[in-house]
Design a protein around this ligand. Sequence first.
Ligand SMILES: *Cc1c(COP(=O)(O)O)cnc(C)c1O
Length: 230
Amino acid sequence: MPAIKKNLETINGLIAETARSCGRNPEDILLIAVTKKKNAETVMEALRCGAVHFGENYIQEAIIKIDGIGKENACWHFIGHLQSNKAAIAVKYFEYIHTVDSVKLAKEIDKQAKAIHKIQKILLQVNISKEKTKSGTDAETTMDLVRQIHGFENIAIQGLMCMPPYFDDPEQARTYFRGLLEIRDNILAHPFPNVSMNHLSMGMSNDFRVAIEEGATMVRIGTSLFGERN
Ligand SMILES: *Cc1c(COP(=O)(O)O)cnc(C)c1O
């Protein structure tokens, strides 16, 4: 059996097992196959093996693959840092943008989505570990961001995304995942129109099981499916 097929089966099995172990429905958790730095052939292979959701980090790299594979043949998620001047391309190609962290970026996405008559699904990236090197809004200002952008007509806020530091022991990431859940609950306690908090995008190859235990609905997995990146 090709490695990707086997890896997909393994990961899907672990997702289901973890979900059941904490009383969740495995179908509520989407596996996003992260294909940054992997070629179109690898993405095609994963598609043939049943992967549906793909995550890409770099716009230029992504659009070459998406054009080759067909936008309509998979569900594309943008999970990298997005500059406002690339918002138009991101809106054109991606079903979800996980990394909105400023009013400026949200405004530009809204404008570009309006231009092509699209309602762009977005998640707000929270810098939950307050690392200087990471993008995202501060935990404390996430609510302000929601307040400032929820009225934009061509974006639909679907939830939150975070990326804790890497730990050898994934248990150490739990506190960050729980922190994102708390922010979600705070936002839900305010009835913002046009805001759903259905998704928590959290958990990567080494910590996705802990993330699922803490409520993840989207796990973003690269290395465990496709091997190390160059
Ligand atoms: C690369 C990347 C992933 C996947 O990480 P792995 O450890 O390879 O599973 C997930 N999310 C984001 C935002 C990434 O940049």
